[in-house]
Design a protein around this ligand. Structure first.
Ligand code: KG4
Ligand code: ZN
Length: 344
């Protein structure tokens, strides 16, 4: 049994957790920064980095106290080393290096996307490689065949905005505030998902890539027309995203008959309507559907600790001079897709 401390600070959540190789989450704490960023309608990188500096040390002390352990009880320190907002990533990685050095334990530099990709295995011990993963977060929208720890094949990515980004921008233009995803989902419950005609970008194309920028612009035009209620706009937008995610995932599922399961992860996977639609899709392909619990979908320290545990078990540790990386694709072999270099 090994015990891993995980640190996460790549976006606007400061988080730490203690997870062991038996999948027990001994402690986890997350501090959001919604109040700091709300006046700006989105995450301000410099404000985020400063908030991580203030919060990370007390959060680490907190999880150690919650679990009743000390640094000496830990086998390795895992920290997000990218991709993400570089100031925040550096705060977490430097903290991880200092703790690893002080405790004389190895450092594990974790790719944040690998944290999301392996988090379903923390929640479900029966989930075996290879599985098809729909990774939908604020910065990414990808379909990946997860073949093993550190072994990913990217089947598709977004050619412009990520799914969560589309939720956030739509929320902003509908005046629903930040963070956008949960706000859109809440308001959409009161609306008619068929009320506003909106495009389904790339539906029907043979490759399972995504595009959401045109959808967001169409919502902006529909909102400006003054003909629709905010709940109808939110519900119709959400339905368009659902239809795109289902159609694109369908192509990927057809291309991966050997996948043991269809898995969704990342912040957007917290959306109930999306989860329900993907459950139905998996059933059509006779695949097990796995979605981590909501707290494990949005950014957290446990997914980083668990990815650390998986890497540690595979003998993968990193030197203390490991650099923070603003971009870090999970599949370095994946072809660049038009416009996607910015995100993936
Ligand atoms: O994985 P995550 O916490 O951070 C990134 O790595 O990006 O994902 C955050 C994204 C945000 O864009 C947020 O609006 C979206 O996930 N999100 C949701 C919901 N909860 C969070 N999108 C739709 N519905 C939700 N319930
Ligand atoms: Zn994330």
């Amino acid at each position: 049994m090994t015990l891993i401390l995980g640190l996460e600070s790549s976006c606007d959540e400061t988080a730490a957790a203690l997870v062991d190789s038996e999948r027990r989450v001994l402690a986890h704490r997350v501090a959001g920064q919604e109040a700091e960023h709300r006046p700006f309608g989105g995450v301000v990188p410099e404000i985020a980095a400063r908030a991580h500096v203030d919060r990370l040390a007390p959060i680490v002390e907190g999880v150690l106290a919650d679990a009743g352990v000390t640094l000496a009880d830990i086998d390795a320190v895992a920290a997000t080393a990218g991709p993400g907002l570089i100031g925040g990533v550096m705060v977490g990685l430097v903290t991880g290096k200092a703790l690893a050095h002080a405790a004389n334990r190895p450092l594990i530099a974790v790719n944040h996307l690998e944290g999301h990709a392996l988090s379903p295995r923390l929640a479900d011990e029966t989930l075996e490689f290879p599985y098809l993963l729909l990774l939908v977060s604020g910065g990414h929208c990808q379909l990946l065949l997860v073949r093993g720890v550190g072994d990913y094949r990217r089947l598709a990515t977004t050619i412009d905005d990520a799914a969560g980004e589309a939720f956030d921008k739509t929320a902003k233009l509908l005046g629903l505030g930040y963070p956008g995803g949960p706000a859109v989902e809440r308001v959409a419950r009161e609306g008619n998902p068929r009320a506003v005609p909106l495009p389904r970008p790339l539906i029907g194309s043979a490759e399972p890539h995504f595009s959401f920028a045109g959808l967001k612009s169409a919502v902006a035009r529909a909102a400006a027309s003054g003909e629709h209620s905010v709940p109808d706009l939110a519900a119709s937008f959400q339905q368009a995203v659902v239809d795109c995610l289902v159609d694109r995932s369908r192509i990927a599922l057809a291309a991966c008959p050997d996948a043991t399961a269809f898995v969704v992860a990342g912040g957007v996977a917290a959306n109930g309507t999306i989860r329900t639609a993907l459950t139905g899709l998996a059933a059509r392909f006779d695949k097990t559907f796995v979605a981590p619990p909501l707290w494990l979908c949005t950014d957290n320290g446990a997914m980083i600790a668990w990815a650390g545990a998986e890497r540690f078990a595979a003998g993968l540790t990193d030197p203390l001079d490991t650099a923070a990386r603003p971009r870090w694709p999970l599949d370095p072999e994946a072809e660049a897709v038009r416009g996607a270099g910015v995100k993936a």
